[in-house]
Design a protein around this ligand. Structure first.
Ligand SMILES: Cc1ncc(COP(=O)(O)O)c(C=O)c1O
Length: 377
């Protein structure tokens, strides 16, 4: 089977984890601190706070901004549902904004239109608390344009960088543009800790609050334990952090390999009805997923294509979710077909191809040959 993804795990990663376990210190120790400082150095921020997964990272980021019941958070339509779920779980409401048809990222013009209309009415203006763009599939949203829109009304931006560790826009890293950036170390990401996440920020006060929120509300700076707010247990273990530090040393190598394989797919798909991912000149794409766009007429047959490719030993998948039309958001907010036409179209046509460091040229040829055969039928 040519798998959709296989994490790059090597002996030194296992050795680091073994040492951490053998030490008997399993939580909140030197290895977590070391992983945090390596992430902060890699990305170029003052603080990195590691947590149990990216959903926890997003949840804490919203809480750190005091997002509460009745507040509004502007968010892309097209993402893994965790992105909008965390808004709901704060009691706030997601205000969905449609995406660009080529990058699949939030459309800054649509964002400006939605934000302007919310800020024009006092009752809604006072509740707008954050903007939550996603760097979809490892390609950054147009953060220069998004920050410009946000600054007009001084609204903080949280970057959902779950898939975008190492990605850049105009040469600047994901996780450095907004007030906070949230990363995932799930096994489908370039590097993994099993489950895991991190929040990056340059803001000392937010960092302190995030550290307290992830650890039962305990003041991270107090000499004696003191509890300054209600908090969660969203901590990462020492052995995950040891594994993560070992993985992080290989991130650049892994990204280089993923980009080379992506370019190889691009060449194979040149002049093909199946479109390769579009990459604007400002973007350094890290290809957490290699997501193609099927021709419109193939969209109704996508499930069948995925099934038949699997029978031929090739694992593929859809891209990600058009969140407003998932059962929960559709029924809660009455979203319906046609509300966000671009996201809806992209949701029906995306197909993710296998991509991992050990994928061979022969594998790639086979994937594209079989896919082309199916599209022709
Ligand atoms: C865009 C996006 N945000 C958030 C998440 C949640 O990450 P985690 O699984 O680490 O909680 C994911 C997971 O894949 C994601 O793709």
């Amino acid at each position: 089977m040519i798998r959709l993804t296989i994490p790059s795990i090597e002996d030194d990663d296992l050795q680091a984890t073994h040492e951490a376990l053998a030490s008997g210190f399993l939580v909140q120790g030197a290895r977590v601190a070391e992983f945090e400082s390596s992430i902060a150095d890699y990305i170029g921020v003052k603080h990195a706070i590691v947590v149990s997964n990216c959903t926890a990272a997003l949840h804490l980021s919203l809480l750190a901004l005091d997002v509460r019941a009745g507040d509004l958070v502007l968010v892309t339509t097209y993402s893994w549902p965790a992105t909008a779920n965390v808004i709901e779980l704060c009691g706030a409401l997601p205000v969905f904004v449609d995406i660009q048809p080529d990058t699949f990222n939030i459309d800054p013009e649509a964002l400006a239109t939605t934000l302007n209309s919310l800020m024009a009415v006092t009752e809604t203006a006072q509740h707008v608390k954050a903007i939550l763009p996603v760097h979809t599939f490892g390609q950054m949203a147009d953060m220069a344009a998004i920050i410009k829109v946000a600054e007009q009304f001084d609204i903080p931006v949280i970057e959902d960088s779950a898939c975008a560790l190492g990605a850049k826009w105009e040469g600047r890293n994901a996780g450095t543009w907004g007030k906070m950036g949230c990363f995932s170390f799930h096994p489908r990401k370039a590097i993994t800790t099993g489950e895991g996440g991190a929040i990056t920020t340059n803001d000392d006060q937010l960092a302190r609050k995030l550290r307290a929120l992830r650890n039962h509300g305990q003041d991270p700076e107090a000499a004696f334990p003191d509890f300054i707010m209600p908090g969660f247990n969203y901590r990462m273990t020492e052995f995950q952090a040891a594994f993560g530090s070992s993985q992080l040393k290989k991130l650049d190598r892994i990204i280089t390999a993923r980009r080379r394989l992506a370019h190889q797919y691009n060449n194979l798909l040149e002049n093909d009805p199946v479109l390769a991912p579009f990459v604007p000149s400002q973007s350094f794409h890290v290809y957490q997923s290699y997501v193609t766009l099927l021709p419109e007429e193939a969209a109704p047959h996508r499930a069948e294509i995925i099934r038949r490719l699997k029978e031929l030993g090739i694992e593929t998948n859809i891209g990600t979710w058009h969140m407003p039309l998932t059962t929960y958001f559709r029924t809660r907010y009455g979203h319906s077909t046609g509300d966000f036409p671009i996201s809806e179209d992209i949701f029906s046509r995306t197909l993710t191809l296998p991509l991992y460091e050990a994928l061979t040229s022969e594998d790639q040829n086979k994937v594209v040959d079989y896919l082309q055969e199916m599209i022709r039928k």
